[in-house]
Design a protein around this ligand. Structure first.
Ligand SMILES: Nc1ncnc2c1ncn2[C@@H]1O[C@H](COP(=O)(O)OP(=O)(O)OP(=O)(O)O)[C@@H](O)[C@H]1O
Ligand SMILES: [Mg+2]
Length: 378
């Protein structure tokens, strides 16, 4: 089965480092997204795996077999990489009907006529484009064209499917629909999907694993919820999630048996954690907006800056001293600007980062109860 392994892959364009020492294992039947801001090296990485771009150094194995090895001088061309490599080619042939577009690749592979007919019908059904079979690409909407392109790519049953921002040209609604269909397709086809996107929501909702890169350097490679709840550093934490995580400056006052004593936003509290790693005196508390509810018993005092009701939930921005905090509240609420509210920090997925390295120093919960004990002591 086609497991894909990247070992110490580097790619330089002259002196510019596009991909820096990338190590990655893409599991068979996985749905892996390469995620990151523009220019971080996603497309370059995908092209190197496919054999369309030659790495500067490193090793790539597919199905246990080296397809690229800089030391041994191995570099197989795309069509020799043993598995049905097929790039998503969005441009359909304009002079061919939908049927001909999907059948073309199979004809090239010398499939027999009846088998092609059956397979095309199957693809048309799968992608719900049966009614367009006789049309030309110019007579289809963008989303319909996209589905034909996907049908064409899937038709020869490639074991690995590469997609580079396949939904980027679609409107928000169609993109949502196509996401659902892609995820379903992944289950139905048993193929391994390697998918490039800069859209964090797409990566979160589709993939079994997210590979998050920045300027050619891998930041974290983990399942979506781990990326969301246990980000490895502030870059990952800030890139994933909308609205973005609250980063609250904090001082580490000392270590306790069950965590760290912190001071932030004018309060002292215990950061209860079992996994406190390296952290200096200066730290950053990372709190997702959903863990910062507005509640009458909250310890933090804040003044409303703005309220953005979106129907299902409302994004509330409020200033707590110098720090602007973002809270997401379920349902529609509206607060008057400048009105005073109280906020709380809840749950056990609060992150602590070291200010100097920006790396995660642990996850845990905030307990303001400690404050009382400290004051009594002091
Ligand atoms: N042929 C090339 N020559 C020189 N530099 C290149 C070449 N191809 C890519 N680069 C550079 O390598 C970096 C990574 O490019 P890449 O296309 O992989 O980015 P990306 O993550 O896919 O970005 P986007 O989201 O904008 O598509 C960029 O800074 C780009 O300018
Ligand atoms: Mg790209």
């Amino acid at each position: 089965m086609p497991q894909i392994i990247l070992e110490h892959i580097n790619k330089r364009f002259d002196k510019f480092v596009a991909v820096d020492d990338l190590n990655l294992v893409i599991e068979d039947r996985g749905f892996v997204t390469l995620l990151g801001p523009s220019g971080c090296g996603k497309t370059t990485t995908l092209r190197m795996i496919a054999g369309l771009e030659t790495p500067t150094s490193g090793r790539i194995l597919i199905d246990g077999k080296p397809v690229y090895d800089s030391e041994k001088g191995i570099n197989l061309p795309p069509n020799k990489r043993d598995i049905g490599f097929l790039f998503q080619n969005y441009a359909l042939w304009p002079h061919m009907t939908v049927y001909q577009n999907i059948a073309f690749g199979l004809e090239m592979l010398k499939w027999d006529k009846n088998r092609i007919k059956e397979r095309v019908q199957e693809m048309l059904r799968l992608l719900k484009i049966e009614q367009f079979v006789k049309r030309y690409p110019a007579e289809l909407s963008g989303g319909q064209q996209q589905r034909v392109a996907i049908a064409r790519t899937l038709a020869p049953s490639p074991r690995v499917l590469f997609m580079d921002e396949p939904l980027s040209n679609l409107d928000a609604k169609l993109r949502g629909e196509m996401r659902t269909e892609l995820k379903r397709l992944h289950t139905d086809t048993n193929s391994t999907f390697v998918y490039v996107t800069h859209d964090q929501l797409e990566a979160m909702t589709l993939s079994t694993r997210v590979c998050l890169m920045e300027t050619g350097v891998l930041q974290q490679y983990a399942p979506p919820l781990e990326i969301y709840n246990r980000p490895a550093n502030t870059f990952v934490a800030g890139f994933v999630g909308n609205p973005t995580m609250n980063f609250i400056p904090a001082k580490v006052l000392g270590r306790r048996q069950n965590g760290l004593k912190l001071s932030f936003l004018g309060h002292e509290a215990l950061f209860e954690t079992k996994n406190a790693g390296e952290v200096g005196e200066d730290a950053i508390l990372g709190v997702r907006p959903e863990f910062l509810p507005i509640s009458p018993d909250g310890v933090l005092e804040a003044a409303i800056y703005s309220t953005l009701p979106a129907g299902m939930e409302t994004t509330v921005k409020a200033s707590c001293g110098e720090t602007m905090l973002t809270s997401v509240v379920f349902g529609s609420v509206d607060y008057e600007v400048d009105s005073k509210v109280r906020m709380d920090i809840v749950g056990s997925d609060i992150m602590l980062f070291d200010q100097a390295t920006q790396k995660a120093a642990g996850s845990g919960r905030i307990s303001f109860g400690e404050k009382v004990a400290l004051e009594k002591k002091g």
